[in-house]
Design a binder for this molecule. Sequence first.
Ligand code: FPP
Length: 259
Amino acid sequence: MQRDEEKLGRYFVNPPDDISLASVDLDHLPRHISLIMDGNGRWATSRGLDRSEGHVAGVKALRETITASVRLGIDVLTAYAFSTENWRRPQHEVDLLMHLFATTLVRELPLFERENVRLVFLGDLEALPRQTKEVFEEGLNETAAHTGMTLGLAVNYGSRAEMVRAARTLAAKVSDGTMSIDDIDADAFSDELYTTGLPDPELLIRTSGEMRLSNYLLWQLAYTEFYVTDTYWPDFGRWDLLRAISSFQSRDRRFGGVK
Ligand code: FPP
């Protein structure tokens, strides 16, 4: 991925004491970083605000993380915005999130245009409110030819549902004779997932201290390095991203082998 060194330097000015651009090896960045953006509600409640304010602040944190990732030259950034289980939240919070997704996307399209960001969605968009779905489709079409960073937004996403869907598609292909059972392997399965064509995440960041996967990318995270921070998502920013990358670069990745 191309990197504009001048813009990069300007984006990461005035570092805090513990981290700076010099702390990371820019030649060995993770190609795909994935985010579980947790803690919006607690961030808001701890400030005496409504949970909705936490989601609005969360959008700002996502914008900063997207910009920082583009500046660094990350190939793929994926973020868990709404799970198949999140429909269980109070209706007004679901409505607010769906509205926030749509307005955010419309507002950020110029950023994606300027920064050459390609948008993809992970999840079943059919169940989304019409306006949100239409805006997402517009975002997909308008950014499809972009060649910079790929931004994957997981919305109405659940990993088990994704895998069941892949299994059904493969079974249908075998049943109609377009595929033989022997052709079913890990690559064929991966090709039927929402992440088809994307490399597996090398680094997963989860905010607000929870140590669980919450039905997120269970197949794709097989060899991913995890980074969990106590920071609530709305407080996450460019320096936290560097902290996560620096931690990733200190790991000894063996992929089940020995070195
Ligand atoms: C988790 O916090 C956060 C969410 C469920 C929503 C995250 C969504 C965004 C930041 C906006 C994404 C933007 C687009 C355009 C897709 P929580 O509510 O679970 O917090 P809690 O655990 O403290 O209650």
